[in-house]
Design a protein. Structure first.
Length: 183
């Protein structure tokens, strides 16, 4: 199925010549705008709780959201379930939010760090890092508005590194991508 370009979705009608026709014109236009918005993918929310995420002394990147079904995909069709990637349906400005929380997994007094990354077409567009004690939860979040080209693939990863030992932990994460303005 070919994706519709924004120009194909909605084109304003001609304004009526009389004041009497203006009210009906506005009602008709609002219905057309609503229909155009509903037929075009504008965002996605996906979350996961991943048990057994590796914690190592050597940085190893772990892909988030693989195999996760979106909480919602408005109206859908752009989420790659096995890979945990979202394909942008139309060029425009998008807001991306990714939030992660790492459960405590140690006895304390040992440091660990996490780095959360967001990629567009395998190019890192933003990352953030946090450091903490392994007896306490650690969180990382990214929020950005950015221009994304049609067919660009968006994904998120996390790297967890411990100072002294190898183990596993539970990572709870959420990602939301919403169009702010389409070109």
């Amino acid at each position: 199925m070919a994706l519709k370009a924004p120009i194909d979705r909605y084109t304003p009608g001609n304004l009526p010549d009389t004041a009497d026709g203006l009210i009906q014109f506005l009602l008709d236009e609002l219905e057309r705008i609503a229909a155009a918005m509903n037929e075009f993918p504008v965002g996605i929310n996906v979350g996961e709780v991943q048990i057994g995420v590796p914690v190592t002394t050597i940085p190893a990147e772990f892909r988030l959201f693989e195999g996760e079904t979106p909480l919602f995909d408005i109206p859908g069709g752009s989420w790659d379930l096995p890979l945990g990637e979202w394909t942008c349906p139309a060029t425009g400005l998008y807001t991306i939010n990714v939030v992660c929380s790492i459960a405590p997994f140690g006895a304390g007094n040992k440091d660990y760090a996490c780095t959360l990354r967001v990629y567009s077409d395998d190019v890192e567009i933003l990352s953030t890092s946090s450091v903490g004690d392994d007896a306490f939860p650690l969180g990382a979040d990214i929020g950005l508005s950015t221009f994304i080209d049609r067919e660009s693939v968006i994904r998120a990863t996390i790297t967890i590194v411990h100072d002294q030992f190898v183990g596993t932990t539970t990572v709870t994460s959420f990602m939301s991508i919403v169009s702010s303005a389409l070109q």
